[in-house]
Every structure is written in C-alpha cells, then in structure tokens.
Design a protein around this ligand. Sequence first.
Ligand code: AMP
Length: 282
Amino acid sequence: MRVLSAIAEVRAAVAGARRDGRRVALVPTMGALHEGHLSLVRRARVEAELVVMSVFVNPLQFGPGEDLARYPRDPEGDAARARAAGVDVLFAPTPEELYPHPPRVTVAPAGLDARWEGALRPGHFAGVLTVVLKLFHIVQPDLAVFGQKDFQQAAIVRAMVEDLDLPLRLVVAPIVREPDGLAMSSRNRYLAEADRREATRLSRALDAGRAAFAQGERDAGVLQSAARAVLEAAPAIAVDYLVVVNPATLEPVVQAADGDVILLAARVGGTRLLDNLVLGAP
Ligand code: AMP
C-alpha cells in the first residue's frame, strides 16, 4: 500500500493503473477507521483492481461549534487497518493540499438538504459534495463506495452523480454494527460508558419499527411512535428526528411501503449518533 498526500502523486498512481487496464475504486472517509469503513474496502475490491481510500477530515463540512478540532485522528492505526483490508493507495492530504485558499466555488444540493441532517447542519452537505467532487476529479474512479449509515449523504451524492453526469458508478454498502446493534461510527468513542449502553436503544428503536412493519402496520405515525417509545424511556437520549421517508426524495411518507427508510438522529449524553433502517429489506 502506498500512502500519498499530494494530489499529483495520486493522479500519477491512478493513471499508471488505468494504463494497465485496472479498474479503480474510491472509498472516501474521514479516518479513525473501523469495520464499517473496511467493509467498504472489501466491497470495492470485488469490482476494482486498484482501491484508493481517502482519509481527510474535511473542514468544509463542519459548522462552527461542531467537533472539527476534536474529531478522532489516528494516522498510524488507519494505515495499518487500511493495508490489512487491501487498500492499494491511501490518500491522506493536508487541508492545505485540498484547500490552498478558501474555496471560491462550491457544490451544493438543491433541496435534498432541506431536512434532517441538512436542516440541523447548515452548509454541511455543500461541504461534503465539494470535497467528494474534488476527490472524484482527483481519482477519477470507475466506482465509488459509500455507506448506508449516512443515508442522506448517500442520497445526495447519488443525486450529484446523476445530475452532474459524473462518469462513475456509486455503490452504497450496508451498515456494519457492533454485536449489540450499535451502528459503527468514529464518533462512538465519544460515548461515556453509561451512554454507550444507552446507545443500543437506537438500533432497538429501529427494530421496533421494523417489527411493527413486519406485522402489517403501514401508518408511518404509528411506526414512528413504536420506535420513539424505545428512545423516550431513556432520559440520556434526545431525539433530533425519527421519521419514515421515501428513499429518493427523503420526504416524509404517510403510508409506509417496502423500501421506505426510517431515519434516526439522536444525541446520547451529548454525542450525536445517526442510524437508519430500510423497511421490508431482507
Ligand atoms: P466517515 O469516515 O464517517 O465520513 O465515513 C466514511 C464512509 O464510511 C461513509 O460512506 C460512511 O457512510 C461509511 N460508514 C461509516 N460508518 C459505517 C458503518 N457502520 N457501516 C457502513 N458504512 C459506514
């Protein structure tokens, strides 16, 4: 595995591989790698002979007062985990490499960020799309792999790929969970011990929604209440949103159908956690 920090080096490495007829996959991350990230690498390996992983804590997608400064960083651990998972090129640029001056041009969603994470984190998705588009242009992958964990993000990146005619295929890989159900996240390490235990309620809440759906309930309000009850029993948990949405429009539905998604964001003792579940999925 090569660890590169310069855009020009990455372009050269990818160009060489492409000349040899190898397909290129990109897995963008912010590092502090866990099994969720590594599952994306393994997914990428299925269809590409060169797997590029980026590790970059993107200042553009953090709002004032968010956790940019204290976001976990572990370059050595990341390199070891990435190498073991089969990454060929680890691209770990400095902020100065990607943003030599304050951006004069950014890319923003038109509408899909009006609700949920976008409403609670103004400018967040413009920051995400801008860095993702830069990474796409630097690496020019045939395939990019994102996680379902960040459902709204994946939907917005998909919209960018479609609407801006980007010549790559987007793959969205399933959520990897801890044995007790908690969706893996770099931010889980912020959780104090008691909050870590309470955090299992997020996936249990989604399971309650899934169970009600499986029993034939289709009223989105009833499904949401079933899930919310699991969270409201815990004083340490504050729900930001818990809603059944259409997976493409991200608009709330009244009657739930197969493929609709329960989106959940909650603060557990001050740590914001996201989770989601596709209804009717196997
Ligand atoms: P992050 O480093 O948190 O920005 O995440 C980088 C990529 O990994 C994003 O596409 C995430 O959706 C994905 N990801 C994060 N956590 C998980 C997880 N538990 N399972 C699957 N994918 C994940």
